[in-house]
Design a protein around this ligand. Sequence first.
Ligand code: PXP
Length: 251
Amino acid sequence: MKRDLRLGVNIDHVATIRNARGGGHPDPVHAAKAAEAAGADGITAHLREDRRHISDDDITNLMAAIRVPLNLEMAATEEMLGIALRHKPHAACIVPEKRQERTTEGGLDAAGGVDQLAPYVTALKDAGIRVSLFIEPDRGQLEAAVKLRAPVVELHTGAYCEAKGEERERQFRRIDEAARTAEELKLECHAGHGLTFDTVGAVAAIPTIIELNIGHFLIGEAIFGGLESAIKRMRALMDKARAEAGGERSA
Ligand code: PXP
């Protein structure tokens, strides 16, 4: 079956656990291979400026070991651009980065940073790397992605996942509307951050979203039932939601 919704597995937090003791175990490359075997369509890794989880060597080793595409999440800095251009991953997702944050707390302000971001998008694209911008589900940010000639956007689903009740519904409507606007603007649309077994279905059912990137929850679930089982269950929930929404396609 040809899937029209890809699952990118983010393996950052395998590195978080490894780094807690400073050795080599658990190895994010081992996790990436296991994710690949369990049905991940891609592997995502965020090389942060402070190297709190993924290391430079992890990127080298992932590039050598995995067969599915690598999506490198990176801040728009000269250092990260140099690393991306050296490795030439399949994709690079430009994310905002603050040293004090626990995780990527909000989307990139593409609308307010067109001039600063433009050289990064151009350099990555010129190297044949598929560029995405991690943005809030907001029309202004989507229009900025068009202005920047970024082919892909990834919508930040964190606020939706964290919210409850009516506020969650309101946050979901923002994602749904932005995903449809992305198609209208001819942007490939991905989504991710904070997704769980409970929150993935509604997002997976949005037909114009073609990739979800999921990490922390899957690695957490892997503690209880194994990574393979967590990925397979996530995959099944995504496929079920997409099929029920009428979006399944055969090869
Ligand atoms: N997408 C992007 C751009 C991210 O920065 C992250 C977190 O690194 C994710 C997806 C995955 O988020 P989570 O680990 O909460 O599933």
